[in-house]
Design a protein around this ligand. Sequence first.
Ligand code: G6P
Ligand code: MG
Length: 217
Amino acid sequence: HDKGFIFDLDGVIVDTAKYHYLAWKHLADELGIPFTEEQNEQFKGVSRKRCLEILLEWGNMKVPQEQFDTWLAEKNEDYLVYIDKMTEDEVLTDVPKVLNFLREHKVPMGLGSASKNARPILKKVGLIPYFNTIVDGTQVSKAKPDPEVFLIAARELKLPPENCIVFEDAIAGIEAANIAGMTSVGIGDKDVLSDARYVFKDFTEIDLDFIKKLAEL
Ligand code: G6P
Ligand code: MG
C-alpha cells in the first residue's frame, strides 16, 4: 500500500477530553484557579506538563519543582480513575466503521498521540490490534505542532510523510500534520480547524467513498 492513515487519540477516537477537563478542574479548584471548558480547549493536543505550566500561569503561581511534580501526578491519578472505567462503548460513533474498512483493505494505520496514557486507553476500548504502530507521549520529545510524533509514525509505517493522512481534533495537531507534509483531516469545528485540508464535525459525516479516495483504493 502507498497510503497510510495516522490517528490522534483524544477527541478523535475517544472523547477523553471530558475526563482531562474533570481532572484539571479538580486540581484548579483545589488551587483556587478558575478553569472553564473553554479554557480546556487550549489543553487539547498539549502535553500534561505544558498544561500544568499554563494553568499555573493563569493563576499567577510559581512553585518549586517538587510541588509541580506532585500536582502533575495528582492530576494524572484523577484522570486514570475515569480511564479505568472506560469501555468499548466510548469509541466515538462511526470510528469503527472507518477503522474496519481500512483494516479490511490492509491499509497501514498508526496512532500519533501526545498522551502517555494512549496504550492503556486503546487497550480499554479494544482497539490495540488495529494499529501497525502506536506512537505516544512516552516516545516523543517535541510536542505538536512539532511534527515529530507523526514523522515517527510515518517512518514506522515505512511510508513517506506525503503519503500519510492524519486525523486530528486539535489546532496544534493539524499544524503538525501540515508541517510534516501530510494530508490533514480535521475532526471538529470548521472555523477552529480552518488550516486542515478537510474538516468534518465527526466521523458520522465521513463516508467510506471519501476514505477510499484518500487511500487510493
Ligand atoms: C492529548 C490530549 C491533551 C493531553 C495530552 C497528554 O494530546 O489532547 O489534552 O494533555 O494528550 O495526555 P496525558 O494522558 O499524557 O496526560
Ligand atoms: Mg486530540
